[in-house]
Design a protein around this ligand. Structure first.
Ligand code: NAD
Length: 346
């Protein structure tokens, strides 16, 4: 099976590329290499005989057509996106261009390729999305696959729009699609502007650890390698046009996440004072959703998927990875103002 992964040089995409190669796929990684990418995340597989890389922007339709014609993939897993909520508030246009127009281009290129290939029944376009499309929950309840869309940020609105395009291309043109909406990911190789790496790196540097508002916003956290496994479950086992919510059943407030990271650091790299002394509450993000929680029963019951690690195990592996891989993250702090941003994305 030849899998075309878009955004394979990003945080989740690189985990997908590695896992798919391990499971015997041929993988073509299509990525524009934006500020958020890191090809060094794939240095251990870049010479793999079943791996190839195409530098391409999903906003460039003709380039997409060339790549489809050259590689003839059996399936597409679409992860390429602008992904940082704070950046979407400061500058939404890149989110509209990549997440909406780029997804439209990829759907059109996939449709043309699928049609000229004789509409193979086993072709799949797997669109990877977020639980943020459902908006915010109150103190109770969970997102299911039938929760109405109610996105609140430019990022989540652009992802919601892309989900709708994917659904429409299936209904209107018969393109074989599957969708998944996942909760917050954490793990190795996440760009250092998102909550978990910001906390680890600021703590280690002796800097303030910023938390939005009062830290009470709740997210459902999933280890990135478990998400990659869930995505391959969906790709391989889902019926056409189904969507699956993917979550770790790990609801935690931002403050609890930060305290957990500080406790792991206290254990692995003790400092003079407990790291939690560096916590500072900062002005809240506009339109900050209060709570996300995923009901994962459908993927668990229909596809037999479950996360393999607990939040504590996954966070320990994550902190250990950042402690041992300064050569990965240090150069990224210089990139596009990442080091200066209080990038508390969650
Ligand atoms: P990321 O920002 O780490 O990686 C995105 C990748 O897409 C980068 O390698 C970037 O170079 C590439 N890209 C961006 N614009 C492109 C373009 N125009 N053409 C080609 N490539 C382009 O993102 P991530 O956290 O790995 O997220 C991957 C996908 O998963 C996204 O679609 C995101 O919405 C979704 N998602 C993320 C999370 C999360 O917690 N990170 C949760 C649920 C869903």
């Amino acid at each position: 099976m030849k899998l075309l992964v878009t955004g394979g040089a990003g945080f989740i995409g690189s985990a997908v590329v590695k896992l798919a190669l391990k499971r015997g796929y041929e993988v073509v990684n299509l990525d524009a290499l934006t500020y958020a990418s890191c090809l060094r995340s794939l240095s251990d597989v870049s010479d793999h005989p079943a791996y190839s890389f195409e530098k391409a922007d999903i906003r460039d339709r003709s380039k997409l057509d060339q790549i489809f014609a050259k590689h003839k993939p059996d399936a597409v897993m679409h992860l390429a996106a602008e992904s940082h909520v704070d950046r979407s508030i400061d500058g939404p246009s890149a989110f509209i261009e990549t997440n909406i127009v780029g997804t439209f281009n990829l759907l059109e290129a996939s449709k043309s390729y699928w049609q000229v290939s004789g509409q193979p029944k086993n072709f799949r376009f797997h669109h990877v999305s977020t639980d943020e499309v459902f908006g915010t929950l109150g103190e109770t309840g969970m997102f299911t696959e039938t929760t109405p869309y109610a996105p609140n940020s430019p990022y989540s609105a652009s992802k919601a729009a892309s989900d709708h395009l994917v659904r429409a291309w299936a209904e209107t043109y018969g393109l074989p699609v599957v969708l998944s909406n996942c909760s917050n990911n954490y793990g190795p190789r996440q760009f250092p502007e998102k909550l978990v790496p910001v906390v680890i790196l600021n703590a280690l540097a002796g800097k303030e650890i910023p938390i939005y508002g009062n830290g009470a916003n709740i997210r459902d956290w999933l280890f990135v390698e478990d998400h990659a496994d869930a995505l391959l479950h969906v790709l391989e086992r889902s019926a056409l046009s189904e969507s699956y919510n993917i979550g770790g059943e790990n609801e935690a407030t931002n403050l609890q996440i930060v305290n957990l990271i500080c406790a792991v650091l206290d254990d692995l790299r003790p400092a003079q004072e407990p790291y939690k002394e560096q916590i500072r509450f900062v002005r809240d993000r506009p339109g900050h959703d209060l709570r996300y929680a995923i009901d994962p029963q459908k993927i668990r019951n229909e596809l037999g998927w479950r996360p393999s690690v607990t939040l504590e195990q996954g966070m320990r592996r994550t902190v250990e990875w950042y402690l041992n891989n300064q050569d990965w993250w240090a150069p990224l702090l210089m990139r596009d103002g990442a080091g200066e941003r209080l990038g508390v994305s969650a």
